[in-house]
Design a protein around this ligand. Structure first.
Ligand code: SAM
Length: 276
């Protein structure tokens, strides 16, 4: 067996009780397709294979793929690939499935990028059970008013109900990571819960707001109104939002109201000034 590679964030689960709890939380049935990110030495994989018809493991480390291949045989479909280059839609449809269950004790150096890709492919997943750094989990589940609430909370909550299931101390892994971890579960909405008119613009507004999270909204969003406070006043009135609030106090539906009003106002003032 090769030594754990630090550069690939290899921290292997060694606690059987934790493995059982994670697999139980995934709610896998025999006719499910499971996609596992970073199976490593197969701590979760073995139990997933015992429950599901088909398991695909995406593992970047070639030596671990060889090991997994000999441990589990052809029942495990292995992709020796960087998960960030995987097209989840093609992968899942290619296996003849509409949706899959995603499980992963994520390599922490790419947590944010992996979550972004999962969200992009959310229609292909029933749910995801992921192990992430505890502070990332806190940001994902945070509600408005909480100091951890921000762009990540909004991005994940827009499309799923995230829950923290339990925390993990470093010593359930070998080698122990330098941080605590949390197991989270994302149940993806089948129907869009929030009607976002223009998601790109919505996230421009959200990013601009949290780019200056200590300021009042009216200052944080001034740049998006071309520096014109009168536009922002009109937006505040249209959206029925008090722009003296701080960005972390504003909910998803309120950000959507601001985005719509800001877009309409900017379009309108652009027309007036012939800038369109
Ligand atoms: N699932 C195993 C467990 O719980 O014991 C291993 C988890 S370990 C934290 C993360 C795994 O992700 C490692 O096996 C590592 O090689 C793999 N990995 C790291 N970067 C990756 C990437 N970009 N794409 C796919 N797998 C990756």
């Amino acid at each position: 067996m090769t030594k754990p590679k630090k550069g690939l964030a290899q921290h292997f689960l060694t606690d059987v009780g934790v493995v059982r709890r994670i697999v139980r939380a995934a709610g896998v049935h025999a006719d499910d397709l499971v996609v596992e990110i970073g199976p490593g030495r197969g701590a979760l994989t073995g139990r997933l294979l015992a429950r599901a018809d088909r398991v695909i493991g995406i593992e970047r480390d070639e030596a671990l793929c060889d090991f997994l291949g000999s441990r589990f045989g052809p029942g495990l479909h292995l992709r020796n690939q960087d998960v960030l280059t995987v097209d989840f839609s093609d992968l899942i449809r290619g296996e003849g499935f509409d949706r899959a269950i995603l499980v992963g004790n994520l390599p922490y150096y790419i947590t944010g990028a992996v979550i972004q890709r999962i969200l992009e492919a959310r229609r292909r997943f029933k749910r995801a059970v992921l192990t992430v750094q505890r502070e990332v989990a806190r940001r994902i589940v945070a509600a408005p008013g909480n100091r951890d609430y921000g762009v990540l909370s909004i991005a994940v909550q827009l499309h799923s109900d995230p829950k923290t299931l339990f925390d993990l101390a470093p010593d359930v892994f070998h080698p122990a990571p330098g941080v605590f971890s949390s197991v989270i579960r994302l149940d993806f909405h089948r129907e869009t819960r929030y009607r976002i008119q223009d998601e790109r613009f919505f996230f421009r507004v959200v990013r601009a707001a949290f780019g200056q999270r200590r300021k009042m909204l009216k200052n944080a969003l001034l740049g998006m109104a071309h520096g014109r406070m009168e536009i922002l006043q009109r937006v505040g009135a249209m959206a029925e939002i008090d722009f003296r609030l701080r960005p972390e106090a504003v909910s998803i539906p309120e950000y959507e109201r601001i985005s719509r009003a800001l877009k309409a106002s900017c379009d309108f003032s652009g027309q007036l000034h012939g800038t369109r």
